[in-house]
Design a protein around this ligand. Structure first.
Ligand code: FPP
Length: 239
């Protein structure tokens, strides 16, 4: 399909729920880990495609607070991939002037993974192009719980007063404090749910659901999502 880029409205901020790695592997009689590996490769390409489109912020749901409930074999495979791809992402990010940030609660990860996260964030912190937010051990409810804890602490200590608590202040206590709310939320593999992703931030996001499994998601699919977004009329509750 041909798209005229000049007719597209490029979302400033895109969030993606990466789903369908397991089904992709199953269809090929491969272990689930191979689906996750293929998913990592699709992710690398999508980062570059978003940069080329002029997206300012891409946030992806790579590992949720609920994903720990998967089998130890699958969690182990995901952690192994995470170790490998955090290093690889430094190159991808630096080649594309991308600044990587991490959202989620990193305290549950092994020390070497936490070091890897810090290395990725530090090595790309001076880049001035697109921000790539990697959500790992992330859950929207957990993020809000942590924010409330910190707001209560700061209220008790007197750093803020109860009257200061407005929507802007709450946003500033979330992991996404320096990131724009998603204009477009994409979910792959056809599931019609939000799965605890960016619950506060997607209040006015436009949704795009595709049946394509995440490892098969490519530039063409991204353009289809942006094309659909371009036709939406956003009113943010007004007329
Ligand atoms: C959902 O597919 C995907 C995940 C749980 C992880 C996806 C993340 C990546 C590929 C990016 C890299 C992330 C890490 C942590 C290295 P699924 O397994 O739920 O698919 P299914 O619904 O078809 O079973």
């Amino acid at each position: 399909m041909e798209y005229k880029l000049e007719n597209l409205v490029i979302p400033k901020s895109i969030a993606i729920i990466l789903d369908g790695n397991g089904r992709w592997a199953q269809k090929r009689n491969l272990p689930r880990a191979m689906g996750h590996k293929a998913g990592c490769e699709a992710l690398e390409k999508t980062v570059e495609d978003c940069v080329r489109l002029g997206v300012e912020c891409l946030t992806v749901y790579a590992f949720s607070t609920e994903n720990w409930k998967r089998s130890s074999v699958e969690v182990g495979a995901l952690m192994k991939l995470l170790r490998f791809y955090m290093v690889k992402l430094i190159d991808v990010a630096n080649k594309n002037n991308v600044k990587a940030v991490m959202i989620g609660d990193e305290s549950r990860f092994e020390p070497d993974i936490r070091k890897g996260i810090k290395k990725l964030v530090d090595a790309t912190s001076k880049n001035t192009g697109m921000t790539f937010a990697f959500a790992i051990n992330y859950g929207g409810r957990d993020e809000i719980r942590r924010a409330i804890n910190n707001i209560v602490d700061d209220t008790v200590s007197g750093a803020i007063s109860k009257d200061d608590i407005n929507e802007e202040l709450i946003s500033s206590y979330l992991d996404t404090k320096n990131l724009p709310d998603p204009d477009l939320l994409i979910r792959t593999s056809g599931e019609l749910r939000v799965s605890n992703f960016l619950l506060w931030q997607i209040a006015y996001s436009e949704f795009y659901i595709t049946d394509t499994l995440w490892p098969d998601f490519d530039k063409e699919e991204l353009l289809k999502a942006v094309e659909s977004y371009s036709q939406r009329q956003r009113r943010f509750g007004g007329r």
